[in-house]
Write a protein that binds this ligand. Structure first.
Ligand code: NAX
Ligand code: K
Length: 495
């Protein structure tokens, strides 16, 4: 069973999902029926992936995740498999549908402490799902390690126990699943790290909750796929003359550190900006001229020279920060550029560490600033958000976007893109080898090119992150940032 493609990119937080469940029950759907569908889907996955298992070991918690596991145990037994059921905690604590599952399924359970992991076991993890509320520790953590040490395959129900569905963080300890079967829509913890890795292969199963109910609780949170920004790409005219495909300006620092900005400028051209001008101190001109051909060069040494340059309103997007150094100069240049579409990266971000509010105040009004911090740079602008361990990466990016009135690309293997009005996307197409020197400079240049072509900042940023990830796959493992530049492909146009 697959989910309706319409909702395939949706992401619901565990609290959204609780509300969905409640509304499903109010609308007359049997919650026990949903549990049965969930449990049967887990059993089907287990049989599909492990037809030769010696025995399936269903580990049940006292919540509904445990109820799902008990139904899976029933279905697996019905298929002729050897099944053992272990319950964590007191049977008297079972309530609601989980209690009903244990009451109706004619299988004996043993206490979890009696389980001795053995080679040949396939573990069905129904200890905790959306209801994980505190850290896993003690005997359970020891059991998880024993299962891991024997490399037993684990099929996680909803989430690997120990992974927080809201944040993807591990609370105490967790299983490493080979497969995770979740229901109706993915949760943030399936995409954010380390949760994404701990899930193994993820299956999203339709257990029969109508899409209209899910739609009514849909948070403004999706995976970053072309569906998110396809309309903005369609609005671009691929046949436009180069002057109509925008004019991107990339600022370079001193000659010795101009490599990063060159990378951004070249990425800007590859990503479709009609024209790219590199602005740099006069002393850097010979170095830049020796390295760049299609990129135009313009010396700017003083604020007055910058003011003259930007009188040309055809210059419609700017990238400032890669290899720029000179924090004081950053601040003056940013002040001059504050009513223009600007990508602020690297040194451009760090320059505002003493007074981030000055940056945020300069960019009030229509959104035109894109910030591209990695975690370290993020903590310079938003130290309180970075230090708040209760916040998920999504919370941090959303709150930072609202505070700064900027589109935020919070980089990492699970990059989150957020805009000030609450839309958020989690990116999942980046290969691990994308984290290489110069990769961020390339990304900044792609965002700049998209802004120059007239895409709105959120769509420009999200499509750039996706395109960057796709280029990483194209360039392959072991790639350099130069390889990445050559691997930038056109944005998908078709619906
Ligand atoms: N619409 C849906 O998404 C459906 C959800 N179902 C299942 O319901 C699950 C959520 O059920 P619940 O809300 O009952 O929550 P869980 O079953 O995830 O766990 C809740 C129980 O675990 C305890 N607990 C939490 N953290 C603990 C820790 N570290 N150590 C010891 N005990 C801990 C809690 O006190 C509570 O008793 C989902 O994950 C899913 O598997 C299914 O039944 C089908 C329908
Ligand atoms: K689980």
């Amino acid at each position: 069973m697959g989910v309706e493609t319409d909702i395939a990119s949706w992401i619901l937080t565990p609290s959204d999902m609780t509300a969905v469940d409640r509304d499903a029950a109010t609308s007359g759907l049997s919650s026990f029926g949903l549990m049965r569908a969930a449990g049967y889907a887990v059993a089907a996955s287990a049989l599909r992936h492990y037809p030769a298992a010696t025995r399936f070991v269903c580990l049940c918690g006292v919540g509904n995740n445990g109820g799902d596991a008990m139904i899976a145990a029933e279905a697996l037994t019905g298929s002729g498999a050897d099944v053992a059921v272990y319950l964590m905690g007191d049977r008297a604590r079972l309530a609601g549908d989980a209690a009903r599952a244990f009451a109706t399924v004619p299988l004996r359970s043993q206490p979890l402490g009696a389980y001795v992991p053995a080679i040949g076991d396939v573990v069905i993890d129904g200890l905790f799902g959306a209801g994980l509320s505190r850290a896993v520790s003690g005997a359970l953590a020891t059991l998880m390690r024993a299962v891991t040490d024997l490399a037993l395959p684990v099929i996680a129900i909803d989430l690997p126990s120990g992974v927080d569905g809201r944040s993807g963080q591990v609370l105490g300890d967790s299983f490493q699943a080979a497969q995770t079967v979740t229901f109706m829509a993915r949760k943030p913890g399936h995409l954010l790290l380390p949760g994404r890795t701990l899930c193994g292969a993820l299956e999203v199963v339709d257990i029969g909750i109508p899409a209209r109910i899910i739609r009514s609780h849909r948070a403004p949170l999706v995976e970053n796929t072309p569906a998110l920004w396809r309309d903005a790409v369609k609005a671009l005219d691929p046949g436009a003359h180069k002057y109509r495909r925008g004019h991107l300006v990339v600022f370079s620092g001193a000659a010795a550190s101009s490599g990063a900005a060159r990378m951004s400028a070249t990425a800007g051209l590859s990503a479709g900006a009609g024209l790219v001008t590199m602005v740099a101190p006069t002393e850097a001109m010979p170095t830049l001229a020796a390295h760049l051909t299609a990129v135009m060069l313009k010396p700017v040494d003083t604020d007055a020279m910058l003011s003259d340059l930007i009188e040309d309103t055809r210059l419609n997007a700017f990238v400032l920060g890669p290899g720029f150094g000179a924090p004081e100069r950053v601040r003056r240049f940013v002040a001059a550029l504050c009513d223009r579409p600007l990508v602020l990266d690297a040194d451009g971000i760090t320059a505002f560490r003493e007074d981030p509010q000055a940056l945020f105040d300069a960019f009030r009004g229509p959104v035109r600033l894109v910030l591209t911090p990695h975690d370290g740079e993020f903590s310079r602008l938003f130290p309180d958000l970075a230090g708040d361990t209760a916040l998920s990466k999504i919370d941090r990016a959303t709150m930072a976007a609202a505070r700064s009135n900027a589109v935020l690309i919070l980089k990492g293997p699970d990059t989150v893109i957020a805009e000030p009005h609450g839309r958020v996307a989690i990116n999942a197409n980046a290969p691990p080898w994308l984290a290489t020197a110069g990769s961020g400079d390339v990304l900044a240049g792609i965002v700049g090119a998209h802004l120059a072509q007239g895409m709105p900042p959120f769509e420009a940023a999200a499509s750039a992150v996706w395109r960057h990830g796709a280029a990483g796959h194209e360039a392959g493992e072991g790639m350099t940032a130069e390889d990445l530049l050559r691997a930038i492909r056109p944005l998908p146009q078709a619906s």
